[in-house]
Design a protein around this ligand. Structure first.
Ligand SMILES: Cc1cc2nc3c(=O)[nH]c(=O)nc-3n(C[C@H](O)[C@H](O)[C@H](O)COP(=O)(O)OP(=O)(O)OC[C@H]3O[C@@H](n4cnc5c(N)ncnc54)[C@H](O)[C@@H]3O)c2cc1C
Length: 316
């Protein structure tokens, strides 16, 4: 059998939207391998997520237990190995989210499988895969030559799958996590009423042009509140300690593709652009007409942000 296994991303018992973009990749992969699409849901109390995933795939395997209560790579990777066996899969895929990036390479190593990360499309022939490298400046086409292939997919490059005609079967899979060398301590989560940066329709990001951290609550937050937007940031301001690092957009931060991305006081360094150039409409506010952000912006406002943002707020 050459099925394709989608490893689900689950947060607080619910299936994350990112998983459905991987289902889209998996459906195309399954056509190439003449197999079916299976899903794997790992966690504790994840029956709801499993039922939800079953609407999109042919069969769902559920690994549910105390050892999987928190998304720790070590036990999860073991569950992926068991899931791959149960599914009869030769392709294992997951969204390239923070959790996917952390866990999937470990699963690939356990499986003795080659892995392609951050895949954005299939290549022109066979099972070739296309992925950006060098901060998105080079697009590579690669082929994995092992029998089992592991692929993480970039969420911004695949549409979320539609429900399949009939819901797939859900079955429990028992996995012994064995002795673990990693112990879960705690998750520090920023409580926010705003949408998640990865899922938001509108993202407003601030950069060093804001001059100081206090200008995030003064200028960026009110704008985000008006537009129901998530807030992002450049690495320069994360490094300066103005905002937490889970807000960083870019090569070493989050990759986002909202309908609207507003960059305020951000120069548009390639490492930043790597994380947001998939946005549908890009608006840049920057006082320097030569700033590289204007090369990719759909709308550019060459002006002082301390004048433009209050005016924009007033108009909104
Ligand atoms: C390995 C590596 C990985 C990296 N990863 C990332 C990443 O993931 N994400 C990321 O963002 N960066 C990343 N960087 C850093 C990146 O190279 C840039 O240094 C960073 O993005 C710059 O942030 P910035 O645009 O806020 O600051 P700056 O480059 O200093 O730009 C500030 C901008 O604000 C404008 N400005 C100033 N005052 C005003 C005003 N009053 N009104 C309007 N505009 C104004 C200026 O004209 C300027 O264009 C990485 C770098 C390396 C080497």
């Amino acid at each position: 059998m050459s099925n394709v296994l989608v490893v689900a991303e689950v947060a607080e018992g619910a299936l994350r939207k990112a998983t459905l973009t991987t289902v889209t990749f998996a459906r195309e992969a399954a056509q190439k391998t003449s197999g079916k699409v299976h899903g794997l849901v790992i966690g504790k109390g994840v029956d709801g997520a499993a039922q939800e995933l079953a609407k999109y795939v042919d069969q769902v395997h559920v690994v549910d237990g105390d050892a999987f209560a928190n998304p720790v790579a070590e036990p999860y990777a073991k569950a992926v190995v068991a899931g791959k066996e149960a599914a009869g899969a030769t392709v294992v895929t997951m969204a390239a989210t923070s959790h996917g990036k952390d866990m999937l390479p470990r699963a690939a190593a356990l499986l003795g499988a080659a892995m392609a990360s951050d895949v954005i499309a299939f290549g022109p022939e066979g099972f070739q895969l296309v992925r950006p490298i060098q901060a998105g400046n080079v697009i590579a086409t690669v082929e994995l030559t092992t029998d089992v292939k592991v692929v993480s997919t970039r969420t911004t490059d695949f549409d979320a799958a539609a429900e399949a005609g009939a819901a797939g079967a859900v079955s429990a899979l028992t996995v012994d996590a064995g002795e673990l060398k990693t112990r879960y301590v705690k998750l520090d989560k920023v409580a926010s009423e705003r949408p998640d940066l990865g899922d938001a329709e509108v993202v407003i990001s601030g950069g060093r042009g804001l001059k100081e951290g206090d200008n995030f609550p003064k200028l960026i937050e009110p704008l985000a509140d008006k537009l129901g937007a998530a807030i992002g940031a450049s690495r320069a301001v994360v490094d300066a300690g103005w905002v937490p690092n889970d807000m960083q957009v870019g090569q070493t931060g989050k990759v986002v593709s909202p309908n609207l991305y507003i960059a305020v006081g951000i120069s548009g360094a390639i490492q930043h652009v790597a994380g947001m150039k998939g946005s549908k409409t890009i608006v840049a506010i920057n006082k320097d007409p030569e700033a590289p952000i204007f090369q990719i912006a759909d709308y550019g406002l060459v002006t002082d942000l301390f004048k433009a943002v209050p005016e924009l707020l007033e108009k909104l």
